[in-house]
Design a protein around this ligand. Structure first.
Ligand SMILES: Nc1nc2c(ncn2[C@@H]2O[C@H](COP(=O)(O)OP(=O)(O)O)[C@@H](O)[C@H]2O)c(=O)[nH]1
Ligand SMILES: [Mg+2]
Length: 297
């Protein structure tokens, strides 16, 4: 079952909350004390100072208004409000549709792209992969390995080629073959002179010129295991205009899964998919309710 899988994968972050949640329910522990300990847990799980303060302040207010408040329930409500209640599914009902993956090197772009490709292929959709990370030879090889493993066609350019030109070739192939979708891997270097954001804008422009309304999704891949650092990385990418959502990778095996809450509340971008392992099947759609239930159960 998906829920028990999610619980197992979130185990390290869950453990931080276990005892604190019990405290919220215990008669012997004062509610103020329980809230202080909850704040510690939130910080420990990398929810971050700003978001933690927001949560605790709201809970204190509610507690003041109603001393018999069910704190556990109130906490769940707070977290749910941060995550945006309803799931934000991918817009996949276009034909053809185009998805771009952006994010810093090592964050999990290529792996996440492979996961979505695998998911769509299982639905019987015809997918083409595009290697627009032409800056690193290793990046090209890695997507090549996935294309072989998943048995999916790959459009790639020479090392150092203009990524927008490679994407253009991908679009041509998409039309020529009448395929359903193009999944585009992009470069992830930041802190260099070459302006990555301008390069991404250029790629986006090439896509929208060829297919109106595209790209339909531009997913920022963020590594949950670096916790709060994911936020500062994300801010760089907010300079790029096209983001539609977040693919939060590496939620498995990290105690910093609380970063999901900070990311969702501070970036005003919905988390759409999560990565819970290195294999192609290790992806789940993100459901705020399930995430919180799994985290706090
Ligand atoms: N445990 C775990 N590892 C992941 C996940 N997603 C990616 N990785 C690993 O993170 C590393 C970097 O991923 P990669 O896709 O190469 O990142 P890119 O540089 O952004 O393309 C690789 O070793 C992946 O196997 C995930 O959800 N869970
Ligand atoms: Mg890559």
């Amino acid at each position: 079952m998906v829920f028990s899988l999610l619980k197992a994968k979130l185990n390290r972050t869950r453990q931080i909350f276990q005892e604190k949640i019990q405290n919220l329910k215990r008669e012997q522990v004062s509610k103020e004390r329980a809230l202080e300990e909850l704040a510690e847990a939130l910080i420990l799980a990398d929810v971050g100072v700003v978001t933690t303060e927001k949560i605790i302040t709201n809970l204190k207010k509610k507690l003041k208004a109603d001393s018999s408040l069910n704190l556990e329930k109130a906490l769940k409500d707070e977290l749910l409000a941060l995550l945006g209640h309803e799931p934000a599914p991918l817009s996949l009902n276009y034909y053809p549709f185009v998805v771009m993956f952006v994010g810093v090197n090592g964050g999990g772009k290529t792996t996440s792209l492979a996961k979505l490709a695998y998911f769509l292929k299982k639905q019987g959709r015809q997918i083409i992969l595009v290697a627009a990370d032409t800056f690193r030879a290793a990046a090209q090889e890695q997507i090549q390995i996935w294309s072989r493993k998943l048995d999916l066609p790959l459009i790639r350019g020479q090392y150092g080629a203009d990524p927008a030109a490679v994407v253009f070739d991908g679009l041509k192939a998409l039309k020529a073959r009448g395929a359903d979708a193009l999944l585009i891997d992009t470069a992830g270097r930041i802190h260099t002179n070459i302006n990555l954001m301008a390069e991404l804008e250029k790629i986006k422009k090439v896509i929208s010129r060829e297919i109106s309304g595209a790209p339909h999704e531009v997913l920022l891949v963020l590594d949950a295991s670096i916790g709060q650092n994911a936020l500062s990385q994300a801010r760089e990418f907010l300079k790029f205009s096209g983001l539609t959502g977040i693919f939060l990778s590496k939620l498995d095996g990290t105690a910093k899964g609380g970063a999901a809450l900070a990311v969702a509340s501070e970036l005003s971008l919905p988390i759409k998919l999560i990565g819970i392992g290195e294999k192609e099947e290790d992806m789940l759609p993100f459901s705020p309710q399930e995430f919180i239930d799994a985290l706090l159960s």
